[in-house]
Design a protein around this ligand. Structure first.
Ligand code: GCV
Length: 872
């Protein structure tokens, strides 16, 4: 509950602004004000609901927050003790977790016991142990893998709640599932529920470098590495393992797939063993990404040719050494012949050759090798219209089907390009019938807003997983989710891999709301049949509690967010129209063209899109089965949302929706930016229903997103306007009547300059201080009608300086701030463009509005425009 005392906020605001007058210069006045505030607060809090405790997000969905008294009553008949059958680290973790969860939510401390129960108890154990302890107990179901059973029954004559696992991990997963039910206020009295994971291998990959940085990590520095070593304090690693285990993840490759060979050095392995020790009690197997040139770089051989016996011997000896330190080591992940990484092509060998030599070293220990299918040439000739990066994975791996050993899993990104906001399903899922496969999903939002934009990816993943790729010809449906389980073609294994990239930030990934993606990944890996809305609902209840308004609002926001993000970043299957040569963040569509990276849009004055048809294009569509080819090959059938991925069409082409391509682009960008703005008002409706800290942190992200969505909207629409020369039928693009461009203001010190690319700034220009200087000023006179307005200042916040800004109206300071949001940019462009909103300004015609910028470092207080809108 929030208490707003009229007058206090503005007093604090004036103080922040350095204007002590009227607030702090008269001590007596201040004292009186404080007394009033205290008195009012006492009055308001007496009998009011307990204030929500402050939270950082560190507990994510495992908060075990106390339930309301009325709900606690529901669980009164639960046993008072928990006994464990068997003796292992994972089982005692399960017992500790149950005690912790029950204590947190219900306030009771369960008695911890071992062995057969001597009273009514929670009984934890593997099915085998429970059978041995109580042979008469008929437990239902065929439990295997890491599955579990939650049930009730008499053990040794006592009425017990039984949490049985097919293995020890299953017991731990059962405990988490049970606690999750309590946290969601579900009835657990007459439980009889069996859950089995859909796939055996449920891994995450972390792209952490040994120096502690993370490739595309938005949650701070690594929890695994610092300055070339594994840190002494692995507390966060343990907490992360707990989070992963709670959603059924059983493997984690801790270092970047762009692997530092140093990870295999003799003196590094004992350090990795320390991480494995922490993982073990959570049932998580450590895995390591390896560089295929390690035999040469680490082993000192003159070659890393996979067919050379010395190379095989290197991998055998190194792997044996690892298992001597880490007996439950999971295996390796390999990225090779991709984006400059060494690979078997150096010796004319295939990915199967490279994979098998390593897999054979792992085999005796039960380890597996994930070989990534993300192999492509990033020096493609863009002048050849038949070239197509999307073809690469299938062209390379399909001919090798059947040549991989049975402990190799080919790890396939969901789409044929690279984690774009929308892509079709990779045809390779249908192209491997005699090879194990896993789907690689990107949990971290590299191309989908980098944890600064709300983008819940589960709906996108669901579309991929449910897609029937018709791999079995005329046979039964073969959705991707079944193919990767290995069941379709009777493969021994298969799985899900999520690129997670959490860091030391208390929120793990930089944004409380983005953790729904990690949760959702785990839930789908366990059960891909869950719906996106069920997952969003669960996650919200666990993360924020069961208040119906909170659950309804956040679930709705999450479910709307991918569509919104897609609408203002990359419609019609074009992919995220971001700077692919930079941080993959803000808009910069031209960066995709005329280079070897192969993410071409093929945009010219007349039309846009890649022709990937069999008839006239690159032939990519021919990699799908006939039924899928039929869906995409003809313009008549191709769905609008993938049209420009598969076809090159004129801007005037009419979509199934009845709109032209160009008008769809314009409209969807306005719709998407509007949707982002509604997230702010939706979130504001939760003020007082969510703890203050997380409320404020999320609000600030959503406000930023609403502003950056406008940057995206304007940049992409202007780019299309320039390319096509077709105006927006609704007259919006290029017309911003409420905007005052900085370059048109009266400048003192500030100088105009051209922005590159031009669409990154309004009017293609901005102003900045020419060199380090004390301050620069841009001012103008307000010419609208008298009234209340909100004033948006669009400026550039680079990461190489922290400029200060001050806005005044007729010499009265109305706002000041420091530009230090650490956006991913060293220059003024669409990555650094951001907005400061000053709400509630009373303006009259002729008022002088002045923006003062004080540069810092290499950031010259750059300013794009001011927009003045009537206050909402
Ligand atoms: C780890 C994209 C990313 C790279 C990443 C690569 C991959 O290209 O931008 O940072 O490298 O994918 O998945 O290997």
């Amino acid at each position: 509950m929030h208490v707003h005392v009229k007058g206090f906020d503005s007093c604090a605001q004036r103080w922040y602004q350095g204007r002590r007058s009227g607030c702090f210069d008269a001590r007596g006045k201040l004292l009186r004000r404080l007394l009033q505030v205290t008195f009012l607060a006492i009055l308001l809090f007496a009998g009011a609901p307990q204030r929500l405790r402050a939270e950082t997000g560190e507990d994510a969905w495992l908060r075990y927050a106390p339930l309301d008294q009325a709900d606690v009553a529901k669980y009164q008949s639960l046993p008072a003790s928990v006994t464990v059958l068997g003796d292992s680290a994972v089982l005692s973790t399960a017992q500790d977790e149950l005690i912790r969860g029950v204590k947190g939510m219900l306030g009771n401390t369960l008695r911890a016991e071992n062995g057969a129960p001597s009273e009514s108890a929670f009984v934890l154990g593997t099915l085998a142990e429970i059978h041995a302890a109580s042979p008469a107990l008929a437990l239902s179901g065929d439990l295997h893998g890491d599955g579990f059973l939650l049930t009730t029954g008499r053990v040794h004559g006592f009425a017990c709640t039984i949490i049985a696992g097919a293995d020890e991990r299953g017991v731990l997963y059962g405990v988490f599932a049970f606690l999750s039910k309590i946290a969601q206020n579900e009835n657990v009295a007459a439980l009889d529920e069996l859950q089995q994971p859909a796939v055996p291998l449920r891994w995450v990959n972390e792209w952490d470098n040994l120096n502690g940085s993370i490739e595309h990590g938005f949650g701070g520095r690594s929890i695994f590495f610092d300055n070339g070593a594994v840190p002494a304090d692995l507390t966060r690693v343990g907490e992360y393992a707990r989070l992963l285990a709670s959603v059924g993840i059983n493997g984690c490759a801790v270092n970047n797939v762009n692997a530092d060979p140093g990870a295999l050095h003799d003196d590094f392995l004992p350090q990795l063993a320390r991480i494995a020790d922490v993982f073990r009690r959570w049932g998580i197997q450590l895995a390591v990404s390896v560089d295929v040139s390690s035999p040469k770089v680490v082993g000192g051989l003159e070659t890393f040719d996979p067919l050379n016996p010395k190379v095989a011997e290197f991998w055998r000896a190194k792997t044996d050494q690892i298992y001597s330190l880490i007996p439950d080591f999971g295996g390796f992940v390999v990225k090779a012949d991709s984006e400059g990484r060494p690979g078997p092509s150096a010796y004319g060998r295939t990915p199967a050759d490279a994979a098998n030599v390593i897999a054979r070293a792992l085999k005796p220990h039960g380890g597996v090798l994930f070989y990534r299918a993300f192999v492509y040439d990033h020096h493609l000739d863009w002048t050849n219209v038949k070239n197509d990066r999307a073809r690469a994975a299938y062209d390379i791996f399909h001919p090798l089907d059947g040549q991989f050993d049975d402990n190799v899993i080919v790890q396939i990104k969901n789409g044929p390009i690279d984690f774009q906001v929308r892509e079709p399903v990779s045809p390779l899922f249908g192209g491997l019938k005699k090879t194990n496969q896993a789907i690689e999903l990107q949990i971290v939002q590299e191309y989908t807003g980098q944890e600064r934009h709300l983008c819940f990816l589960v709906p996108m993943w669901k579309q991929v997983l449910d897609f029937d790729i018709h791999a079995d010809g005329a046979g039964a449906p073969t959705p991707v989710k079944v193919l990767v389980s290995g069941k379709t073609f009777n493969r021994p294994t298969g799985g899900f891999v999520g690129v997670s990239n959490v860091g030391l930030d208390p929120t793990w990934d930089g944004y409380v709301l983005a953790m729904a993606n990690l949760y959702g990944f785990g839930r789908l890996a366990w059960n891909p049949n869950l719906s996106a809305s069920a997952i969003a609902d669960e996650w919200t209840r666990l993360t924020f509690g069961n208040d119906p308004l909170v659950v309804r609002t956040i679930t709705a926001m999450q479910l709307a967010s991918w569509h919104a993000y897609e609408s203002y970043t990359g419609p019609l299957g074009l992919g995220t129209l971001t700077n692919i040569l930079g941080p993959h963040y803000g808009p910069a569509p031209d960066s995709a063209e005329n280079n070897g990276w192969g993410q071409w849009l093929r945009a010219d004055h007349d039309g846009i899109g890649m022709d990937r048809t069999v008839a006239t294009g690159t032939g990519f569509i021919g990699q799908y089965s006939p039924a899928v080819q039929k869906l995409y090959e003809s313009l008549a059938d191709c769905p609008d949302n993938l049209l420009l991925f598969f076809h090159h069409v004129p801007y005037t082409y009419v979509l199934h929706s009845g709109k032209t391509v160009i008008q769809h682009v314009y409209d969807s960008h306005y719709d998407g930016a509007d949707a982002a703005a509604t997230f702010v008002s939706q979130w504001k409706s939760l003020d007082g229903h969510v703890d203050d800290d997380r409320y404020a942190a999320v609000l600030s992200r959503l406000q930023y997103q609403a502003g950056h969505a406008i940057v995206w909207r304007d940049a992409i629409n202007n780019w299309f306007l320039v390319k096509s020369a077709i105006p927006d039928a609704r007259g919006r693009v290029g017309h911003n009547p409420n905007r005052i461009e900085a370059e048109s203001m009266q400048l003192d010190g500030y100088v105009p300059f051209d922005i590159t690319p031009p669409e990154a700034a309004s009017g293609a220009k901005a102003v900045r201080c020419p060199a380090p200087t004390e301050k620069c000023v841009a001012k103008f006179r307000f010419s609208g009608a008298a009234g209340w307005y909100e004033l948006d200042v669009e400026y550039f916040d680079q990461s190489n300086g922290a400029s200060k800004f001050r806005v005044s109206v007729n010499d009265q300071t109305v706002d000041r701030w420091i530009a230090d949001d650490h956006l991913p940019a060293l220059k003024p462009n669409a990555d650094s463009s951001t907005r400061r909103r000053i709400p509630g300004l009373a303006l009259r015609p002729g008022d002088e509005i002045q923006i003062e910028g004080i540069p810092d470092g290499l950031e010259r207080a750059p300013l794009d425009y001011v927009e003045i809108l009537p206050r909402k």
